[in-house]
Design a protein around this ligand. Structure first.
Ligand code: C2E
Ligand code: CA
Ligand code: CA
Ligand code: CA
Length: 278
């Protein structure tokens, strides 16, 4: 039954994606959805390609909508960001992620979790104190938490972003630049921001073929990041060929459908115990 429902949602939403009535409806439901805890984090593994071992997970949000079924963020993240609830929303996703880190740590598993931030979080003066409180409340190892910031989010105010990333670092939290290479001044970010990891955008991966321009670009970014001491994760890896090419280019960690789609927390638990057995 769940399967049929989800399929229905997909068709329904593709058809109505540009129907502003549904957007108005969803927008009006955001606040109560948050209170009723209809938002749920799914987790997608980041994997060392040569061994298959999971080195962390990215948390991506889903909306368990009572009528529409499971909605991916493409249908509501922009609404969240345009409405007044973006701060409460991120606090909710962040608290979910941190409490999950805590659950795993209590089970003796140190699993790094990355959380996506909005541009608006970076200009919120109350954000860092909130994060600090959260870390204290759940008493997690701070380095297990990572924030993913897109280039466009950091671009809103590069000076403020720089300060925020410094604050994150002083709390022990890691920072990565998401969708790397899609912005206008990617290299300036590597220079100006104190980041731990670059997530190479899937647009570079999907057409990755031997002797292609994308291959040269990926090779260049990988060697640049290495020389700067910045980690690199390839996003959107869907095929064995892409995985093999990436490893040949010295890019060793990947996230993508080839290794696993985002799944509810139970799915990650199953994956982790399977990968520990081998
Ligand atoms: P993103 O941060 O770039 O997240 C990765 C997206 O790529 C996810 O889509 C994931 O399902 C998809 N993906 C992963 N592997 C592959 C692959 O091999 N091939 C392809 N074609 N796609 C792949 P999702 O979950 O629909 O999220 C879309 C975007 O929504 C995210 O992009 C992120 O920008 C935003 N988002 C998700 N969760 C949150 C959140 O909690 N807060 C905020 N502010 N934004 C979020
Ligand atoms: Ca991300
Ligand atoms: Ca991304
Ligand atoms: Ca993206």
């Amino acid at each position: 039954r769940a399967k049929r429902l989800r399929l229905g949602v997909q068709i329904y939403n593709d058809r109505l994606a540009y129907n502003s009535t549904i957007k108005v409806t969803l927008r009006s439901q955001l606040r109560s959805a948050l209170h009723q805890q209809q938002f749920e984090l799914y987790y997608q593994p980041k994997v060392v390609m040569s061994t298959g071992s999971v080195v962390g997970v990215e948390a991506v949000v889903r909306w368990n909508h009572p009528e529409e079924g499971l909605l991916p963020p493409g249908y509501f993240i922009d609404l969240v960001e345009q409405s007044g609830i973006v701060h409460a929303f991120t606090r909710y996703t962040l608290e979910s992620a941190v409490s999950q880190i805590k659950i795993w740590e209590d089970e003796g598993r140190a699993i790094p979790v990355s959380v996506n931030l909005s541009a608006y979080n970076l200009i919120d003066g109350a954000f860092v104190p909130f994060v600090e409180q959260l870390l204290a409340h759940f008493a997690i190892t701070p380095s297990l938490l990572e924030f993913e910031l897109t280039e466009s989010a950091t671009m809103v105010d590069i000076g403020v972003s720089k300060k925020m990333i410094k604050s994150f670092r002083s709390l022990g939290i890691k920072t990565s630049i998401d969708d790397f290479g899609t912005g206008m001044s990617s290299f300036a970010y590597l220079r100006d921001l104190d980041i731990d990891t670059v997530k190479l955008d899937k647009s570079f991966i999907q057409e990755l073929r031997p002797d292609s321009k994308d291959e040269k670009i990926v090779e260049g970014i990988v060697s640049l990041c290495r020389s700067l001491g910045i980690g690199i994760v390839a996003e959107g890896v869907e095929t064995l060929e892409q995985a093999e090419t990436l490893q040949r280019l010295n890019c060793l960690i990947a996230q993508g459908f080839f290794y696993g789609r985002p799944v509810p927390v139970t799915g990650i638990d199953a994956l982790m115990s399977a990968s520990q057995k081998t």
